[in-house]
Design a protein around this ligand. Structure first.
Ligand code: MTE
Ligand code: MO
Length: 259
């Protein structure tokens, strides 16, 4: 099991972004099944695999044109994290904010917004679909996540990227109300998966997740983590809050929220 998973990861990391779809062999399919079975339900697993098999793991989510951009884009969930730390960072225009990258990596890092903005960027106009029944088209600019992860050196047992956010959506004493999300390495290395610092040509507003949010375009709104403070590379969600890989997942939503 481990060897095949490793091979798959090496393929992902070694492949150029935007490479054509990979055809999975029956063996890989079986492999994926066992690898993810413990974290997601089987029907949902089927959705994920069907989407990846039918469309290819690097198939792009639909992109739109400037004229399609929605005149208004709702702010949903947290609209302004209220922790002292975040408020202070926001007052300083995020000059002191650092994105921590750690966990199963060889070279943990702390990157400033300026560091991120120096890296090659990608801009994409996409539709955001929220499970609450609204959609909006926005233009997002940011750093593709894959190369960032490659640069910190993923360990062989790395399987998921976890995004720790600044906000508590539920005010619990133990911190379990903190927002977090996670994706696997296939989505992490997908060409449209970006750490976005701009929306519609301007720095992200606090409402939309300043200074940095995730865009993972083949999944629903709640996967698009705002207020990212830390990316932790893990091999399992067991040690994280409810153990289902995300704030909403811990409250019963699907982990693979394919659209
Ligand atoms: N940190 C954080 N990220 C979050 C949320 C949140 O409450 N906190 N809400 C999610 C949901 S349900 C949606 S639909 C989108 C909303 O993004 P927007 O406010 O930019 O529209 O962010 C997602 N990411
Ligand atoms: Mo949402």
């Amino acid at each position: 099991m481990t060897r095949s998973f490793l091979t798959r990861r090496r393929f992902l990391i070694g492949s150029t972004l935007g490479a054509s779809a990979l055809t999975l062999s029956g063996c890989d399919i079986l492999e994926q099944n066992t690898a993810v079975a413990s974290v997601i339900r089987s029907a949902e697993n089927l959705t994920m695999k069907a989407q990846r098999l039918l469309q290819g793991r690097d198939a792009l989510g639909r992109e739109f044109t400037e004229t399609d951009i929605s005149p208004s884009f709702r702010v949903n969930g947290t609209s302004a994290p209220d922790s002292e730390d975040y408020v202070e960072l926001a007052e300083g225009k995020f000059a002191n904010w650092r994105l921590k990258i750690d966990g199963l990596v060889d070279r943990p890092q702390e990157l400033s917004l300026i560091d991120l903005k120096r890296l090659p960027a990608r801009t994409q106009i996409t539709r955001h679909d929220c499970v609450e029944g609204w959609s909006a088209i926005g233009k997002w600019t940011g750093v593709p996540l894959g190369p960032v992860l490659s640069s910190v050196g993923l360990r062989p047992n790395a399987r998921f990227a976890v995004f720790h956010c600044a906000d508590k959506l539920e005010k619990t004493l133990d911190g379990s109300g903190r927002y977090y999300e996670s994706i696997d390495l296939i989505d992490a290395f997908h060409p449209q998966t970006i750490l976005a610092y701009q929306m519609n040509g301007k720095d992200l507003t606090v409402g939309h997740g300043a200074p940095l949010r995730l865009r993972v375009e083949r999944q629903l709104g709640y996967k698009q983590a705002k207020y990212i403070m830390r990316i932790e590379i893990v091999d399992s969600f067991a040690g994280l809050w409810g153990g289902h890989g995300g704030f909403w997942e811990d409250r019963g939503y699907e982990w693979y929220a394919g659209i």
